[in-house]
Design a protein around this ligand. Structure first.
Ligand code: TNX
Length: 531
């Protein structure tokens, strides 16, 4: 806990009335720097702090989409809490008379967003230089600028997250400094299971907002499982009419129309989050088989399933009808997904033998490739002959049971560290516990380079934290499990190992609790964190 430093002021009045003793008044101190993920390098500079004033402006060339997105995101955070106009202008000459205040009201300071071809920081890196009169964020791309904006947001006092003018939570200062930052991994993901319980587009957007704040750039959406089919397929309306109105525990379920899905993609893209769709197959597919009993290979006719066992269902790998249906599904989803990936699940198949499974994965892989996407599958797919571009998503133990093809790309999602649906402790009401208890330190204190064995010559392209929704019915419950573990994983994926220590992280994280209170984000008050 940082107590305000007390400053001794000997005012002129005190000097003239020399009998009086000096008085002490508290002065607000800038908060300790608590940026998550911790930047690659941050050097405090001598000189005055930067302050946002009523005359401040955001300077950006909004004719380019990257600067427009970053500037819009910045203004959306700063305007409500500061109560200032904060116009977005191409240069200072173009500030309208509307924001000119009496000259003595304040200094004009600016936040400048610049794209520079030679920033040398890759597609997502940025530099941030805060000085007396300006903060300048420079990046090669809109993504880098957007990430820099999230850093600036976290450098400001936590009151900046308030939805209403919060003048007493200022002053809105940033210490003079220079940050140079870029991510360790290109794939920094979160997975949301909208199949076991359905989440509305508004709820998914709330989740995307959290991803964006912590520089996560992938939202993998688990769109179908035994309990529900959640995406409209225009050539097969029966998949949703019969497969969507159900969920775990017997709730109403629901699904995204293709236009809902497009809305999510746009919302995510504005925040530099890529949506990766998953249709889980050949198991986890009961919801689709309800309308296609002919594809269940003579097993008992599928009915609505609202419990949480896994592995029992399978779409028949020996029926051509299976591939006709899946071709339509993959074609439609590929067409509405800008990301170059399609996740086909592939996990926990109990109802097929190894030959059937391998045949199925091979056929589906060629369909995915036909529609121009790279296939991703849970680690079980590595048991089959995969195309070199296919990505394996590790999830089970601390070592990959099946070697991934040499040079093949792997995403780490090990349940013992990254599963957000594991309980924090024995006392956590929500969540499951098959992979153990994952309190915040478990999620944070590991190194992707060494934690998982058996990866052979595979290349780890990043990390992804899945949130399975068997036990959670709404975004408030989702946030309880995700926060604060998701920011922990975000730092694992972004920051250099040499910059990360648990002791430092837990102190930085504590400050974020106050941001979440203002943002209306629910979280678990882990006893490991000095809130
Ligand atoms: C395993 S992880 C599953 C999911 C469950 C999850 C619960 C994976 C690929 N399959 O079907 O929801 O455990 O933690």
């Amino acid at each position: 806990m940082h107590l305000p430093r007390r400053l001794t002021i000997i005012g002129l009045a005190a000097l003239s009335a020399c009998a009086r003793l000096p008085q002490t008044v508290p002065v607000p101190q800038p908060p300790p720097i608590s940026v998550i993920p911790i930047p690659e390098s941050l050097v405090r500079a001598p000189g005055l702090a930067f302050t946002i004033t009523p005359l401040s402006a955001i300077v950006a060339d909004t004719t380019t989409i990257g600067q427009r997105r970053a500037a819009t995101a910045l203004a959306a955070v700063l305007r409500p809490s500061t109560g200032y106009a904060l116009p977005i202008v191409a240069n200072l000459d173009s500030i309208s008379a509307a924001v000119r205040l009496p000259p003595d009201t304040s200094r004009r300071t600016i936040i400048r967003l610049r794209i520079a071809a030679d920033s040398g920081l890759g597609g997502e890196g940025y530099t941030l230089v805060a000085g007396d009169d300006s903060v300048v964020i420079t990046a090669f791309s809109g993504a880098g600028l957007f990430h820099g904006v999230q850093t600036l947001r976290q450098l400001l006092p936590f009151g900046i997250e308030s939805h209403q003018a919060a003048i007493r939570m200022g002053p809105w200062t940033v210490p003079a400094m220079r940050i140079v930052d870029s991510p360790r991994f290109g794939w920094r993901g979160a997975m949301l299971d909208v199949a076991r319980h359905f989440f509305t587009t508004d709820e998914v957007k709330q989740y995307i907002d959290i991803l964006a704040l912590y520089k996560l750039n992938v939202l993998h959406v688990h769109l179908a499982d035994d309990q529900g089919w959640r995406i409209e397929i225009k050539s097969h309306p029966e998949l949703t009419t019969m497969g969507a109105p159900s969920e775990v525990g017997g709730g109403a379920g629901g699904f995204f129309t293709q236009s809902d899905y497009a809305d999510l993609i746009r919302y995510a893209a504005d925040r530099y989050v890529m949506i990766v769709p998953e249709i889980d197959m050949p198991a986890h597919i009961n919801a689709a088989l309800i309308s296609h009993p002919e594809l269940s290979c003579g097993r008992r006719p599928p009915v609505v399933y609202t419990a949480i066992n896994v592995g029992f269902s399978a779409i028949c790998p020996d029926s051509e009808g299976t591939y006709t249906l899946l071709d339509d599904v993959i074609r439609e989803i590929s067409a509405i997904t800008p990301a170059p990936y399609m996740h086909i699940g592939g996990d926990e198949v109990q109802a097929l033998n190894a030959v059937q499974y391998a045949k199925f994965i091979g056929r589906v892989q060629s369909v995915v490739m036909k529609y121009g996407k790279r296939m991703i599958g849970w680690e079980e797919i590595a048991k089959t002959a995969l195309h070199p571009t296919t990505i394996v998503q590790q999830w089970q133990g601390d070592s990959l049971a099946v070697p991934v093809p040499a040079n093949g790309d792997v995403i780490l999602s090990g349940a013992t560290k990254m599963y957000l649906d594991m309980k924090y402790t024995t006392a956590t009401e929500l969540g499951l516990r098959w992979a153990g208890y994952n309190d915040v330190k478990v999620a944070y204190a590991w190194d992707p380079a060494t934690a998982f064995k058996g990866l052979g010559g595979a290349r780890v392209i990043g990390v992804e934290a899945p949130l399975w929704s068997e036990t959670i019915r709404n975004i408030t419950a989702a946030e309880y499990l995700a926060m604060p573990r998701l920011p922990a994983i975000a730092e694992v994926g972004w920051s250099p190992e040499s910059r990360r220590t648990w002791e430092d992280f837990r102190v930085r994280l504590a400050v974020h609790g106050r941001r979440w209170n203002l943002l209306g984000i629910n979280y678990y008050h882990s006893t490991q964190i000095p809130w």
